[in-house]
Design a protein around this ligand. Structure first.
Ligand code: GLC
Length: 664
């Protein structure tokens, strides 16, 4: 994005923009709007002109309806059966929510779907192309066949910014080749309380670690000026700000509400600036992130009752004042999923507050078909607010200019349809090799008595545990479906597959350790969590998932404790093997009781390694050394949460940054 221009020249740019738009507006009013011809394009259709000039020219030609349409994002389900809705409402964007995929869910079908929606957008009088957004948060996870990488918490453990940039680039390539030009990633949240269901979407508990991983933005977007390439997408720094700073609400636990996700940041302004705002400075100034998504959460800098809490989606001081004016953010702000409906007041008051706070585009999917309650209400509501003077035309023009700028810089006016050059790279061997390396580098060795690890390949090995042979569990949330799932199957290898490939001795697998354990075997027990997303992952959060794949069957409550089955498997295996290694496949630390820990010879934090469990086996067998470092503090008990490096009383089981190495 062009936000790298120094402040002074930005002012000149704005002046120029005003002059141009005035001049162009006068010209447009004076001259008949003769249809463009290929060899005589209108200014906005002329790629040789500066983006600011093209934006000004196009803005001058747009009606209020066309402008508000650009500020509106629908979900694919709303328009898939009738794409004329895109044309007739001048919609500027469509998204896939988690798990909202074409049928069949293939690279070609994705590209065909996005192009079909694009054709509808191009059929509007001004032919403004559509932006398609998707949660490519660990690869293009919605797409069957995409390369699925470790989630951010594992990437934070790698301490490898160059690798994270490479993963961002591969993610962009596989995303754009299948149609979407925009990824709602990366989450630059700083996770402070591991009871939060989105801890795994965070690179870690310190802003410094999170900032070092913002190379993912460079991987996704490329360098300024490269957004129009077929291997780059617009990125979205989220969720602005303080999504990982919310405090746990004990009264909400077990009630079906979210005890911590989307909660309130009860911190001082200084603490908020240090932990929540800090990562957005380099995201804007150094990495030129194209969009920012506000958080569902609120801030309450005064402490005490929640009446002072201000929802981020209505926080004009932070969105407009701090992000846009102070930091010079020139991209656009996209609201989160129907998030403005959490604001106080009527829907009109919610729209007015969020638009005037500085939100530019509105993710307003229709939840109940045939029941106007999404973007179909947003458009007339905002139109009325403008007509009544409650939202200024300047605010509308600012929002639309930002959105159009992104579309011009993505090259969508010149190349609106999917460039399928890299389609055959989706899920390629080369991409999976990077995923395997990332899985290896994300492993953190916490305990290694008598140098249990690396295992000897000639050893017989006995493998048990709920997560040893479950690629759905090792991939986690935002995979094929919103919540992810234990029955999800994606291309790749499980940890058991990796062990079977690496071991030359006999391998026995028994998930519950009920099978006989051959004498002399080394034991490996892979324990951990089942997939979840957002508040459904909160400790004490709701057990039910809206994900149709779950058919409404309640899933295990997330507790940060090992399941009884996993605990028993550890006890059984560790009692009867010559060595006992436990791997924890989870989105956050899990509690290892002292009585269990002293039965374990080697303990590894595996996080959510993604599609290449073989990468975990690579470090187990010494093909790669253990190099990972804890991205978050590992507590002794849930009662210690939140616990973070720098706390006055800090006695974790393993401290932030800890990790043993087996490097020779
Ligand atoms: C969700 C998430 C956000 C995601 C968006 C679109 O509610 O909060 O991270 O990008 O909806 O799926």
């Amino acid at each position: 994005m062009s936000s790298h221009a120094p402040r002074r020249s930005r002012r000149w740019r704005r002046t120029a923009l005003a002059l141009i738009s005035g001049g162009v507006l006068a010209t447009a009013l004076l001259q008949p709007t003769s249809p463009a011809t290929a060899d005589d394009p209108l200014p906005y259709q002329d790629p040789s002109l500066p983006t600011a000039q093209r934006v000004a020219d196009l803005l001058g030609r747009m009606s209020l309806a066309e402008k508000i349409g650009q500020m509106t994002q629908a979900e694919r389900i709303d328009v898939d059966a009738d794409t004329s809705l895109i044309t007739d409402n001048y919609l500027g964007s469509v998204l896939s929510g988690g798990g909202s995929v074409p049928d069949p869910n293939t690279p070609e079908a994705w590209a065909d779907m996005v192009d079909r929606y694009q054709e509808a957008a191009l059929a509007t009088p001004l032919g403004i192309p559509l932006l398609y957004g998707v949660d490519s948060v660990h690869g293009h996870g919605n797409l069957q066949g995409a390369t699925v990488f470790p989630h951010n918490i594992g990437l934070g453990a790698t301490r490898d910014p160059a690798l994270v940039e490479k993963i961002g680039h591969i993610t962009a390539e596989e995303t754009r080749a299948t149609g979407p030009q925009w990824a709602f990633a990366p989450c630059i949240c700083v996770a402070r309380d591991d009871r939060w269901g989105r801890t795994y979407e965070s690179y870690g508990e310190t802003p410094q670690l999170v900032e070092s991983m913002e190379t993912s933005i460079d991987g996704l977007q490329g360098k300024p000026g490269q957004l129009d390439r077929s291997d780059h997408v617009l990125a979205s720094a989220k969720h602005f700000a303080g999504d990982g700073l919310t405090s746990y609400d004990e009264s909400a636990a077990g009630t079906g509400a979210y005890p911590i996700d989307q909660g309130i940041d009860r911190v001082s302004r200084a603490e908020f600036a240090r932990l929540a705002l800090a990562p957005y400075v380099p995201a804007v100034k150094k990495h030129h992130v194209g969009t920012v998504m506000p958080s569902f959460s609120s801030t309450d800098f005064n402490g005490g009752d929640t009446d002072d809490a201000v929802k981020m989606h209505a926080n004009q001081e932070l969105i407009t004042g701090w992000l846009k004016e102070q930091q010079g953010f020139e991209g656009f702000v996209i609201s989160d999923w129907r998030a403005i409906r959490q604001l106080p007041g009527t829907y009109a008051e919610q729209v007015e507050a969020s638009v005037n706070a500085g939100v530019d585009m509105f993710m307003e999917p229709i939840q109940a078909p045939n029941n106007p309650d999404g973007w179909d209400v947003f458009i007339p509501t905002l139109t009325q607010l403008v007509e009544d003077g409650d939202v200024s035309m300047d605010r509308i023009d600012d929002a639309v200019s930002r959105i159009l700028t992104a579309k011009f810089e993505l090259g969508l006016f010149e190349h609106p349809l999917t460039d399928r050059t890299h389609l055959d790279q989706v899920g390629s061997k080369a991409h999976h090799q990077v995923a395997r390396r990332a899985a290896s580098e994300s492993q953190v060795l916490l305990r290694n008595q008598q140098r249990t690890l690396p295992l000897k390949s000639h050893q017989d090995v006995y493998v048990a545990g709920s997560n040893a042979d479950n690629i759905g569990n090792q991939a986690g949330g935002w995979t094929l479906t919103w919540q992810g799932g234990s029955t999800n199957v994606i291309p790749g290898t499980t940890i058991l597959d990796g062990i079977e490939q690496a071991a030359h001795g006999k391998v026995v697998y028994s998930e519950d350790a009920s099978a006989r354990i051959p004498r002399g075997s080394a034991g490996v027990v892979v324990v951990g969590e089942t997939p979840y997303a957002e508040g459904f992952g909160d400790v004490g959060g709701p057990q039910w998932a809206y994900d149709p794949g779950d058919n409404g069957v309640p899933r295990p409550e997330q507790t940060m404790q090992l399941s009884d089955a996993d605990t028993q498997a550890v006890k059984t295996v560790c009692a009867r093997t010559v060595s006992c290694t436990v791997l924890v496949v989870s989105g956050r630390p899990m509690i290892i009781p002292p009585g269990l820990l002293n039965q374990i010879d080697a303990l590894v934090a595996s996080w959510l390694p993604g599609s290449e469990g073989a990468g975990v086996a690579d470090v187990l067998y010494g093909r790669r050394p253990f190099t990972g470092k804890l991205p978050v503090t590992w507590p002794r008990s849930v009662a210690q949460e939140p616990i973070n490096i720098g706390d006055k009383h800090y006695h974790p089981l393993y401290r932030y940054g800890f990790g043993l190495s087996t490097r020779r």
